[in-house]
Design a binder for this molecule. Structure first.
Ligand SMILES: [Zn+2]
Length: 181
C-alpha cells in the first residue's frame, strides 16, 4: 500500500504479520516506509502518520517528492544502461577466462556492487554504470572468481589477480564510490 502524503511524498506501507507495532524507516529509494501489523487498515496507518509527523520530520532523512522522482528517473536510466551493457561485458570476461555461470541478475542494493551464489547466479549492481570501466571490470572479475571460490581466501585473490593485475588498487579505489542510486 502507498499513501500519498503532501509533506513526505509517497509513503510505502508494508504489512507484516509478525510485527506488533508500527515502525518508521527510510526505504532504499529514499521514501518514508511504515511497517505495520498485518491487519492494519489504511485509515489507521494514515492516522498514525498524522500523529507522528513531528517525530518523523526530526528523526528521518526523508527526501522530498521531487527528489524521489529524480532518483526514480536515474534508477530507470541506469537500469536501461546496465541491461544494454553488463550482460555483454560479463560474457566477454567469462568467455575469455573460461567461466560458466547460470544467470545474471541486476540489483540496486545500496551496499553491494555484486554477488555470486553457489547456484552460479551472478548479481551486478546497476550503479556499476556510474563507475570508471576498470573498476566495473574489477567487480565483474571478482564475481566470476567466486564461481571457483565461494570465499575471500588467498586462492580466491590469487585468481582475481591473474585476471586483473591491479586488483589491489582497484579494490581500494572502489571504496571512494557507493553502490546506492
Ligand atoms: Zn567477494
Amino acid at each position: 500500500m502507498i499513501i500519498q502524503d503532501a509533506e513526505f511524498g509517497e509513503v510505502i506501507v508494508r504489512r507484516n504479520a509478525l510485527s506488533t507495532g508500527i515502525k518508521f524507516s527510510v526505504s532504499t529509494s529514499g521514501r518514508l516506509q511504515m511497517t505495520v501489523p498485518g491487519h492494519t487498515r489504511e485509515f489507521l496507518a494514515k492516522r498514525f502518520l498524522e500523529t507522528h509527523r513531528a517525530v518523523i520530520r526530526e528523526k528521518l532523512p526523508v527526501k522530498d517528492p521531487a527528489n524521489q522522482r529524480a532518483r526514480d528517473a536515474k534508477k530507470k536510466m541506469l537500469t536501461k544502461k546496465a541491461k544494454g551493457y553488463l550482460p555483454y561485458r560479463l560474457d566477454f570476461w567469462a568467455q575469455k577466462y573460461g567461466y560458466t555461470y547460470e544467470k545474471l541478475r541486476f540489483s540496486h542494493a545500496g551496499t553491494r556492487w555484486g554477488s555470486c551464489t553457489s547456484q552460479r547466479v551472478i548479481s551486478l549492481n546497476i550503479g556499476l554504470m556510474q563507475l570508471p570501466e576498470v573498476l566495473r571490470d574489477y567487480v565483474i572479475l571478482h564475481e566470476l572468481a567466486h564461481l571457483n571460490h565461494m570465499d575471500h581466501s588467498e586462492a580466491f585473490w590469487r585468481e582475481v589477480g591473474e585476471h586483473d593485475a591491479k586488483y589491489l588498487a582497484h579494490r581500494k579505489a572502489l571504496k571512494a564510490y557507493s553502490p546506492g542510486v
